[in-house]
Design a protein around this ligand. Structure first.
Ligand SMILES: Nc1ncnc2c1ncn2[C@@H]1O[C@H](COP(=O)(O)OP(=O)(O)O)[C@@H](O)[C@H]1O
Ligand SMILES: N[C@@H](CC(=O)OP(=O)(O)O)C(=O)O
Length: 468
């Protein structure tokens, strides 16, 4: 019988008593499962801040004390969770000892930063993985305390191998599948910490922020799972971010490509690479809401390979301000053979990923992540390129995208979708910098002034959803 991989993220683990809801969900399935679990809400951010403080204060006793204070805070928090969830005193004590041993390891890594005065990438990744390592140990112990057969399986022990890229690794499926599948076989519940895998030489490598969704998808692929069930705190994938738009709708079905585009353009609910491992294996993703226990295992959204074109085509609107424009000006750049290859290879040599490229006769616009803008500018402004007279940069922008199967289909209302979105934004006073349709079969996007991002989202969302 195929297994289901079930993922619980920080949105399910906010308060000590939330573990109880997770245990209830696990019991509802009544079958063997692989659970992938993230850090408690806010812990990874706190670890990021802790590494930063340790780095800045390297060598100073006060900074060392600050790191210790943080591990003490974590010890107290874990104790609070144990007290709220494990009644048996002996079991509680043994779990506390195991958690403290892990926290001792974390403390040694943080202390190491003070002595060496630097944070090598491999140390950074291992430190940030501790939020997940604590959650998996804790959840396993709580499940056992309720009489459920559960065991913990760490990525390093099951052979979840990556390409070795620190901070943003990808799973190496060829190297991982057989071992992971064998290690996770058998009855009972197996709990795996999300967010990281290991390089071929055994180093912790993170899958990027929010990467536990991708961990779970990778494991689902390795074991040929029946489905990937992702538990969140909202009614599935919504027609927009509920923090930015009033009362968005739930989307019952999404095609893999639609979900991938939505996440790529900023829908925070899924890590942008979650779809990638599942797509060609036809493993569906089901999104369920942990705050609706009355609904049992009801999936609000199912993401699979089935295409559906809805009446108004657009299924969701998403947005991100993690974008910037690097512009290469020159009267003839649009007609200069080889220039794009030179731009992309220069950026590639500097480890910079390109989000998109839009060209005209007098300018090449390269869209990048904001964090890469300055490095990209330095690389291209100092690299002489025939025909380029100026390089400029702009990070005061945001992307807003409309996504739905049929966005580009000229045989129905699809062809009008991009212009409808654009008109709604312009009519409401949004300053639009650029607009693009055609790169993806299911998405069209525009770049707007960063200050107008929310306005654009709500105007475009209202255009497609409010009159219904
Ligand atoms: N289009 C969207 N549909 C649903 N939720 C969204 C969307 N865009 C943003 N979100 C936000 O994503 C949150 C869930 O994702 P996240 O907090 O990363 O979960 P987890 O920590 O469990 O992985 C929701 O609480 C919601 O506020
Ligand atoms: N805890 C990690 C990984 C993760 O995926 O978390 P979540 O499942 O809460 O998005 C992060 O915050 O980046």
């Amino acid at each position: 019988m195929k297994k289901i991989v079930v993922k619980f993220g920080g949105s399910n683990l906010r308060r000590p008593e939330d573990i109880d809801r997770v245990v209830n969900v696990v019991q509802t399935y009544q079958r063997p499962l692989v659970l992938v679990v993230s850090a408690f809400f806010g812990i990874t951010n706190a670890l990021v801040a802790c590494v930063q403080a340790a780095k800045e204060g390297a060598g100073k006793l006060s900074a060392l004390a600050e790191s210790r204070d943080y591990t003490l805070t974590l010890r107290a928090l874990k104790k609070e969770i144990l007290d709220a969830n494990i009644a048996d005193l002996r079991q509680r004590a043994s779990t506390e000892a195991a958690l403290n041993a892990r926290l001792d390891q974390l403390e040694r890594f943080l202390t190491g930063i003070h002595y060496i005065g630097d944070v090598p990438d491999f140390v950074n990744d291992v430190i940030l993985s501790y939020g997940e390592r604590l959650s998996s140990l804790l959840l396993t112990a709580v499940l056992q305390s309720r009489g459920i057969a559960a065991r913990e399986a760490l990525p390093e022990d099951i052979g979840l191998f990556t390409d070795g890229v620190f901070g943003n690794a990808a799973c190496d499926f060829e190297a991982s599948a057989a071992q992971v599948s064998a290690a996770l076989a058998g009855d009972g519940i197996v709990v795996v910490p999300g967010f990281y895998g290991v390089s071929r030489d055994g180093k912790t490598t993170l899958f990027g922020r929010g990467g536990s969704d991708y961990s779970a998808a990778s494991i689902a692929r390795c074991i040929g799972a029946e489905s990937l069930d992702v538990w969140k705190d909202v009614d599935g994938f919504l027609s927009a971010d509920p923090g930015a738009v009033e009362a968005p709708h739930s989307i019952a079905r999404l095609h893999y490509l639609e979900a991938a585009e939505l996440s790529y353009f900023g829908a925070k609910i899924l890590h942008p690479r979650t779809v990638e491992p599942l797509f060609d294996q036809a493993i569906p993703i089901r999104i369920l809401n942990i705050t609706r226990p009355d609904l049992g295992l009801h999936a609000f959204t199912v993401i699979d390979g089935e295409r559906t074109v809805t009446h108004d085509v657009v299924k969701s609107v998403s947005s991100t301000d993690d974008v910037a424009i690097l512009k290469l000006h020159g009267p003839g750049v649009g007609f200069k053979p080889g220039i794009l290859a030179e731009v992309t290879s220069t950026l590639d040599r500097n480890g910079i990923n390109i989000k998109s490229v839009l060209t005209a006769q007098t300018a090449i616009n390269v869209l990048l992540s904001r964090e890469h803008l300055d490095a990209a500018y330095e690389a291209l402004a100092t690299h002489h390129m025939a025909g380029v007279v100026e390089v400029s940069r702009n990070d005061a922008v945001a992307i807003v995208a409309v996504v739905g199967d049929g966005v580009l289909d000229a045989s129905n209302v699809g062809s009008a979708i991009a212009s409808r979105a654009l008109s709604a934004a312009l009519a409401g006073g949004v300053r639009v910098t650029m607009s693009a349709a055609g790169a993806s079969e299911v998405a069209a996007y525009m770049l707007v002034d960063r200050q107008d991002r929310r306005l654009a989202l709500s105007l475009i969302h209202a255009e497609f959803f409010n009159a219904k």
